[in-house]
Design a protein around this ligand. Structure first.
Ligand code: AMP
Length: 181
């Protein structure tokens, strides 16, 4: 882990104790997005491994993954594909259910958003248990995407998300980590 990167990004993230419920520290990246240096550095670092490669699409997970993923797609001259909560996309969709702590949720993408064999990078702000990203990777793989990597600004390594995604054959890149969450 790059110490200076950890310092720059960590100091720009706001930590909110006991949100949305007791025992959880919410890592609020709205302050990172509002900090020109930290936002630019985050996008640059997410882009770096793929610069000069042919990435067809960047897929972002609603909602913070849209902000980071849109910027990354622009830098890579790739298309951008939104992965959204059920019921938000107007055209023909593919859908997957995934478990949350209480109950299940569903995410969707447009069926024609990606062609089989296209190279896709998945982006979200944070990986915790990996359940959200796992569903997104499965959805992308289901329509034939070649998911070349899943990238996150923040890793909560104690929650094991990275292994879950690597188990699907997808490399994981994260910029900073918060241990003990
Ligand atoms: P998970 O499916 O457990 O990997 O959770 C990842 C998703 O939930 C991401 O879209 C995050 O934005 C959000 N999330 C989970 N835990 C936190 C946290 N401690 N702080 C901020 N966002 C979180």
């Amino acid at each position: 882990m790059d110490k200076s990167l950890q310092t720059v990004l960590e100091s720009s993230i706001r930590n909110i104790k006991d949100y949305p419920k007791e025992g959880i520290t919410f890592r609020d990246i709205s302050t990172l997005l509002g900090d020109p240096r930290a936002f630019r550095r985050s996008v640059d670092e997410l882009v770096h491994p793929f610069a000069g490669l042919q990435i067809d699409k960047v897929a972002g997970i609603e909602a913070r993954g849209f902000i980071l993923g849109g910027a990354v797609a622009h830098q890579l001259s790739s298309g951008f594909v939104p992965i959204r909560k059920r019921g938000k996309l107007p055209h023909d969709t593919v859908r997957i259910a995934y478990s949350l702590e209480y109950g299940i949720d569903e995410m969707e993408m447009h069926r024609d958003a990606i062609e089989a064999g296209e190279k896709v990078v998945l982006i979200d702000d944070l990986i915790a248990t990996g359940g959200t990203a796992e569903a997104a990777v499965k959805l992308l793989q289901q329509i034939g995407a070649d998911v070349v990597a899943a990238c996150f600004v923040i890793d909560l390594p104690d929650l094991g998300g990275r292994k879950k995604i690597e188990g699907l054959g997808v490399p994981v890149r994260t910029l900073i980590e918060f241990e003990g969450d």
